[in-house]
Design a protein around this ligand. Structure first.
Ligand code: GUN
Ligand code: ZN
Length: 432
């Protein structure tokens, strides 16, 4: 049984950080042979029971839960940093032309390999990812994630209108392909399927209806899409679906709001929309680097909390600018500051970190499974080295509290802070 001794970060059910400066993490196989957390806490409390065998001692390091990225586009790995006036010209001029390339299985496989390696290098151990409209792209990502035994959810994008040749799919075939991929991959190892209408403007009502029917037939499957990101996009959605009360309601009208439905952005929602999210169990993937880069706006944390809708953090690469959860948490902090100017809200470092780990897992319906290091959780974790850069070493050495330590890492951290990423294997092992 692997036992680790180092500083240890995890989260209580209420989202508060639990930090043991001298901690113990014990990991062991469940009935299926998958590694899970057996014990986590202070060394002094647990050493008698778990510390008598071989112990991997990691002085100066912090073991923390692997990060959970609630929304990322694997085919946009090479689209990062493409500037545009806003979402719609960015899609037309950069994203759609690039996504055409994923019709080729070899190309999809090559990018999938890089993408998964980049997630792991940045400490992300669970992701809900868009593929492209080509079934081969989802297939390639599943194969690569399975190879790493990673917990990953993805789906073939549905987009049967207002999309150029090469990415536009056929209504009937797109639904047949979606169901075939669900049956092939959902629940295999640690993989999950997400029914993936790109966004309402690029799907016909028939395609959205078919997606909703599949969502009802397969309640354990996820749904992912975009909503209320950009004002031009919202105007367009209203024109195309005039009978729906709001852009968000379009999805509700087609049975696409429910538990395990994840909507990226959710910036320009009104009070009814937020209540609808809460009441249906749908959640928001908050994507601050993307929203800042594309000039989309600011997620309203205060209103989301007041109404009680669920949310968590996401990179939204390639509208988002970084795979690093540290960059995403810092951008979320800036956005929270913007809200603070209006309403006295400031996001604490514990809350930021929780939104990208246990909070994101809860929003995905995976509380107690990933995103935390409480007993029973799958043993996906990262080893952080606060001495990774001279400035990090100086600053973290002067941190006088857990909040100061987490803040220093959020502000100064990037992939260099992540020394090692460990994935819960069916047979114990680790990957860089
Ligand atoms: N809306 C529809 N497609 C996309 C996409 O690929 N990225 C973002 N940020 N928004 C979208
Ligand atoms: Zn997106």
């Amino acid at each position: 049984m692997p036992v680790f001794r180092s500083a240890l970060l995890r989260f209580a059910d209420d989202g508060m950080a639990l930090f043991d400066p001298d901690g113990l993490l014990a990991v062991g196989p469940d009935a299926q042979g998958r590694q899970r957390v057996l014990a986590a806490g202070a060394w002094s409390d647990l050493a008698l029971r778990f510390g008598s065998g071989p112990v991997e001692h990691l002085p100066g390091r912090i073991i923390a839960p692997g990060f959970v990225d609630m929304h990322i586009h694997f085919p946009q790995t090479d689209v990062i940093g493409s500037p545009a006036d806003g979402l719609l010209p960015w899609l037309e001029n950069y994203t759609f032309p690039h996504e055409k390339r994923f019709v080729a299985p070899d190309y999809s496989a090559q990018v999938a390999q890089f993408f998964i390696a980049e997630l792991l290098r940045n400490g992300v151990t669970t992701a809900l990812a868009f593929a492209t409209s080509h079934p081969a792209s989802a297939q390639a990502l599943f194969v690569e994630a399975q190879h790493h035994q990673m917990r990953l959810i993805t789906g073939k994008v549905l987009q049967d209108r207002h999309s150029p040749d090469g990415v536009r799919d056929d209504t009937e075939q797109s639904l047949i392909d979606t169901e075939a991929l669900i049956q092939r991959w959902h629940g295999v190892d640690r993989l999950g399927y997400a029914i993936t209408p790109r966004f309402a403007p690029t799907s016909t009502p028939e395609q959205l209806r078919g997606a909703g029917e599949l969502a009802a037939r397969y309640p354990g499957v996820w749904i992912q899409s975009h909503v209320a990101e950009n004002l031009d996009e919202i105007r367009w959605a209203h024109e195309l679906f005039p009978a729906s009360r709001s852009y968000l309601s379009v999805y509700d009208d087609f049975g696409l709001l429910r538990e395990r439905a994840v909507y990226a952005h959710c910036i320009h929602l009104d009070e009814h929309d937020r209540a609808l999210m809460r009441d249906t169990g749908a959640v928001a993937a908050v994507s601050p680097t993307s929203n800042l880069f594309l000039g989309s706006g600011f997620f309203d944390y205060a209103e989301a909390d007041r109404v009680g809708m669920g949310y968590g953090l996401a990179s939204d690469v390639g509208g988002g600018t970084s795979f690093s959860p540290f960059h995403t948490m810092l951008a979320a902090y800036y956005v929270g500051r913007e809200g603070q100017a209006k309403r006295g809200l400031s996001l604490s470092p514990q809350h930021l970190w929780w939104q990208h780990t246990a909070g994101a897992a809860r929003a995905l319906g995976l509380a107690g499974v990933v995103g935390n290091l409480q007993p029973g959780c799958e043993a996906d974790f990262i080893v952080l080295n606060p001495q990774a850069t001279p400035l990090l070493a100086r600053r973290t050495a002067q941190a006088g509290s857990i909040d100061e330590l987490l803040f220093a890492m959020i502000v100064l951290g990037d992939d260099r802070l992540v020394e090692k990423t460990v994935i819960s294997q069916a047979k114990y092992g680790s990957c860089a």
